[in-house]
Design a protein. Structure first.
Length: 293
């Protein structure tokens, strides 16, 4: 029976955890890796028909290390990873396992943030890897040395890029998982500001990927697009006509994001990501030097 690994942390929403586990129980053997040290979550998990692993709360969040700990418990060739705020669709596990059996080392289902989007087909070129609803070939993962624990966050982008560099097959599975946490969908200013705060530190992992030779061009296009807003503004301070460059730039953004409102909600975190580039690059260089020395 396929193992479905679900990490549960101290800040998790108990109702989301319940829905996530419930969606997985009928599709395989559920292993809940509980490092929350919360009585309510522990009681809930104990009452469900799952294999419950209780560990001490991590002093510092390191998702790569957490995933390595979870995966050390399995002896299966193919496993499913599911985040505690994500709901599997019916036959989601079956579909991802079939994809792995076709020779893929990593597959995933893209997120839907509304149940109406669950049956939305994949768009041409849509490839946004995640580990919140994913399948992994453990033999392949062991060959690349498991997760690199220097990547405390964005470990999903790291494993995707590492597999690609080592010529392993990666790709999405048709269908979508329901993400109960709508923060990443950026549907209001509050979520947009929260994402902007997150993006201030995200650049350090992107730059670590660059220095490790794991750069994927598609993941760096945001720096070019949103960085252009700063570049045009700086040059425009000395040469006013260049400010006209904002017209096609904004126009493209509105079209890409599907309207002025969604554009603004994505512009704020995008500008935060771009302006954090010097910090991210400096961090990555110092991290690399300390590793070499």
């Amino acid at each position: 029976m396929t193992e479905i690994l679900i990490p549960v942390g101290p800040k998790d929403n108990i109702e989301w955890v319940k829905r996530s586990i419930s969606s997985a129980i009928t599709q395989g053997k559920v292993v809940v890796f509980n490092n929350s040290e919360r009585e309510d979550l522990t009681k809930l998990i104990d009452e469900m028909n799952v294999y419950h692993v209780k560990v001490h709360r991590m002093k510092k969040v390191n998702m790569a290390a957490l995933r390595n700990q979870m995966l050390s418990l399995t002896k299966e060739k193919y496993i499913i990873m599911l985040d505690s705020d994500v709901v599997l669709p019916q036959d989601g596990v079956k579909k991802m396992i079939e994809k792995l059996r076709q020779g893929f080392s990593l597959t995933w289902m893209h997120y839907a943030y509304d149940e109406k989007e669950m049956n939305k087909p994949l768009s041409p070129g849509e490839e946004n890897p995640n580990l919140g609803c994913a399948g992994i070939d453990m033999d392949s993962l062991r060959k690349i040395g498991m997760f690199d624990e220097r990547y405390e966050r964005d470990e999903d982008i790291w494993v995707y890029s590492k597999f690609q560099k080592e010529k392993f097959r990666v790709g999405p599975t048709e269908g979508r998982c329901l993400h109960l946490n709508k923060l990443h969908s950026r549907n209001n200013f509050r979520d947009s500001i929260s994402e902007a705060k997150r993006n201030f530190w995200r650049s350090k992992y992107d730059m670590m990927l660059v220095l490790d030779g794991l750069t994927n061009f598609t993941f760096l296009t945001g720096y070019g697009y949103f960085g252009s807003y700063y570049l045009i503004g700086i040059i425009g301070f000395f040469f006013y006509p260049i400010l006209l460059g904002y017209i096609p730039l904004v126009g493209f953004g509105i079209k890409y994001y599907g309207g002025p409102r969604k554009f603004i909600y994505n512009l704020i975190p995008g500008l935060a990501l771009a302006i954090s580039l010097p910090y991210g690059l400096t961090y990555a260089i110092l991290k690399r030097k300390s590793r070499i020395s």
